[in-house]
Ligand binder design. Sequence first.
Ligand code: ADP
Length: 250
Amino acid sequence: SGARLPVPDTRDELSALADAFNDLLARRDEAVGRLRRFTGDAAHELRSPVTSIRAQAEVAVLHPDPQHSMEVLEEVVQETERLTTLVEDLLALARSDAGDVRETRVVSLPPIARQVAARHRGGDVKVVLYAPVEVRVLADPVEVDRVMENLVANAVRHARLLVRVTVLPFGRFGRLLVDDDGPGIDAEHRDQVFDRFFRLEGDRARDSGGTGLGLALVSEVVSRRGGSASVHVAPEGGARFQVTWPTAYS
Ligand code: ADP
């Protein structure tokens, strides 16, 4: 038994490298797949209002009758509004995907919550706000308004009688809770509601006018600020949406 050359233990390093490489490829495939699905879903969602507008307009052209034409025009206006919402949501997501993010500022949550709650009063559903103390977070005021608007509009749409909006400090975060007394969301769908284009079966069937993009936007914009969005069960039994933003110390 003579002297031996030390065998460099390269196998571990090589396999670690291969693992890292495969991991990278898998993540790339996933990203490409996500993008393809998104494009396909977007096209699909855009097609249905366009098809409907076209069909109605064609019928109106073939049967010129003033009464019927008015009905058709009303439908067309509605479908156009739906298209506008969809296109705006798609643009917002595209901007977010492109990393086009508004500058971070100190934002006081209670006044924005008050404005949003006020916008939704006067309907059948009662909107109650509880924001007893100042809560300042690092975010963007327009973004915070949009997040609150989205959650409160959803809650009002699904509630029976009551929507409760709460803004409070929560450890190192500012927390927004939007509770409703509607049907809530099953445990199995609680993650999915934040996916792009996801809508619960009932809402899809009823075609409540939504795009299925609102909660995806909420989740994406708050995550980017270092916060989070999640859904739970409200004390009233309906849905509880929770959003957090990091606190601004000053
Ligand atoms: P939409 O434009 O359809 O409201 P969202 O992304 O805002 O899209 O929401 C996705 C789906 O989550 C909705 O279609 C609905 O099925 C469900 N959802 C959202 N908010 C609530 C709520 N407060 N109660 C029950 N279901 C909800």
